[in-house]
Ligand binder design. Structure first.
Ligand SMILES: Nc1ncnc2c1ncn2[C@@H]1O[C@H](COP(=O)(O)OP(=O)(O)O)[C@@H](O)[C@H]1O
Ligand SMILES: [Mg+2]
Length: 488
């Protein structure tokens, strides 16, 4: 009640009360004079009259303006941003009203901007096909866009306020994604599975973001997911068909090689039969030799196929390459000599031990040297030239790589052939090759972290260079138990 009494009234009442008190004390002590009494009465009347006139002035002048301002404020608070006050007054109130109007215009324009921005964001959220779901700190669904409704089959009213786990095929996967958020505010393209209302499982790529207040407190998560079910299906189909086509190619290669070898055997068998029928021992023996060649090639093919499908893991050890190359020299020199081909071996002096898998490198060198011998065999030499194959081993400048080089002056290769030599089953040797040698060789070099370099000119010859890294830390290198080694 007292609160509603204006301040100047309170002051007046207090003042009157003090004067009354003084008067009463003086009267009771009988020491008041008439002059003093009059003086006090005049002061009291003056104060009361001034208070009344002040109150009248406030009521008539300030109050209407204040109540206008109060009404304006009320309307603003009720979001009636079109409210304006009359600015015609020339006094301070005119100034306050004009500031009020400016403020109302500003609030109104901010409000319009906010509404527009919100509509814009909503239209993006609603028009995208992506699944956009926000979740509060209690893991309850806050928003669910129409992309989510279409993809998951729920209406938003059915899921808002429900636990987010309900849409995960495996709720633990969400926990995995959330744990990854520890390392940053985003988890991008996390592959997971959602469960639709009808129980269908959908593959999705989820990008999850932490939502925080300006001061940094966690308020929930915001997830944008892309339905990749169809893409995954097509991808699997593609992988399947690629697998089938790769298997198909291998079968065609095997069938082709087998056909050639069977034809060799058939030809030999025909000669054996005719030799027997006509009692021609020579023909019989020649036919039998051809059958034998066919059988040997089939056995080579079966060995190569086994090598081809093997998962090669090198057993790296310091290897004395001169030992490996001398073995090859012994194995090849005789057959090369029989074909009139010279064979040279040139190993650099003080060649250190090379970290490699000796049986694998032996197999690699045997294949490349055999190819070189074949290439010499297929070329017609002039009298001035002699077929020769030269094998060298040395360290490259910088001593970071060991180089194994096989050079021949055989038939060489066209660019077209050179491009295909590492393709499985590619061979220009018709019935005499499986076409698997170099594809196995390149894989063996690859697992050594090495590389192969080929230079070739038709009718001039070919140089194969194998580079093996020297700086291999044998202690840290994963060394297999040796079962995979080429020699086993
Ligand atoms: N030294 C070489 N000179 C000419 N051609 C070569 C040489 N080495 C390899 N080739 C070509 O590469 C092809 C593939 O070789 P490879 O994979 O060992 O299979 P194959 O020896 O069974 O034919 C050979 O058929 C041949 O055409
Ligand atoms: Mg070969």
């Amino acid at each position: 009640m007292l609160k509603r009494v204006p301040f100047y009234w309170k002051l007046t009442i207090a003042f009157a009360f003090v004067i009354m008190l003084i008067l009463m004390i003086d009267i009771s002590l009988e020491r008041i004079s008439e002059v003093k009494l009059r003086f006090f009465l005049i002061i009291a009347v003056t104060v009361i009259l001034s208070s009344i006139s002040a109150w009248m002035i406030v009521r008539l002048t300030v109050r209407p303006s204040l109540s206008k301002l109060a009404q304006g404020m009320d309307k603003l608070a009720k979001k009636r941003f079109d409210v304006r006050l009359n600015e015609n007054d020339k006094d301070e109130f005119g100034h306050i009203f004009s500031s009020f109007n400016v403020m109302a215009v500003l609030i109104s324009s901010y409000q319009t901007e906010l509404v527009r921005a919100k509509d814009f964001l909503n239209s993006i959220l609603e028009s995208t096909a992506d699944i956009i779901i926000s979740v509060n700190a209690r893991k309850e669904i806050l928003t669910f866009n129409s992309g989510a409704e279409k993809a998951l089959g729920y209406m938003r009213e059915e899921v808002i306020g429900k636990p987010i786990e309900m849409i995960f095929a495996d709720p633990e996967e969400r926990e995995v994604a959330i744990k990854r958020l520890k390392y940053g505010d985003n988890v991008v393209n996390f592959e997971t599975k959602f469960l639709t209302k009808s129980g269908e499982v959908k593959d999705v790529l989820l990008t999850l973001t932490l939502m925080r207040h300006a001061e940094g407190t966690f308020v929930g998560t915001f997830g944008i997911s892309k339905d990749i079910t169809e893409m995954k299906r097509l991808q699997n189909q593609l992988i399947q068909s690629q697998r089938l086509s790769a298997i198909g190619e291998v079968f065609i290669g095997i069938q082709h090689s087998m056909k050639n070898m069977l034809n060799t055997c058939k030809g030999g068998a025909y000669m054996v039969r005719t030799g027997l029928a006509k009692d021609k021992r020579e023909m019989f023996e020649e036919g039998w030799e051809i059958v034998q060649i066919g059988i040997d090639r089939m056995s080579d093919l079966s060995k190569d196929l086994l090598k081809y499908v093997k998962d090669w893991k090198p057993k790296l050890e310091p290897v004395d390459l001169s030992k490996v190359l001398s073995d090859i020299d012994t194995e090849i020199r005789k057959s090369a000599k029989d074909k009139g081909i010279e064979f040279h071996l040139d190993i650099a002096k003080e060649l250190p031990e090379i970290p490699c898998d000796a049986p694998m490198i032996h197999s690699v060198m045997m294949d490349i040297v055999s190819n070189a011998v074949d290439a010499c065999f297929w070329k017609d030499y002039s009298d001035l030239e002699k077929p020769n194959v030269c094998v060298k081993a040395y360290l490259r400048n910088g001593r970071d790589k060991a180089v194994l080089e096989v050079a021949d002056n055989g038939c060489g290769m066209t660019e077209e052939v050179k491009k295909k030599i590492f393709t499985p089953f590619f061979s220009t040797k018709s019935k005499a090759g499986t076409g698997l040698g170099l594809s196995i060789t390149s894989r063996m070099i690859e697992v050594h972290n090495g590389n192969i370099d080929v230079e070739s000119e038709p009718d001039m010859g070919t140089v194969f260079r194998i580079m093996l890294p020297m700086n291999v830390n044998l202690k840290n290198k994963e060394i297999s138990d040796g079962k995979e080694s080429a020699g086993n």
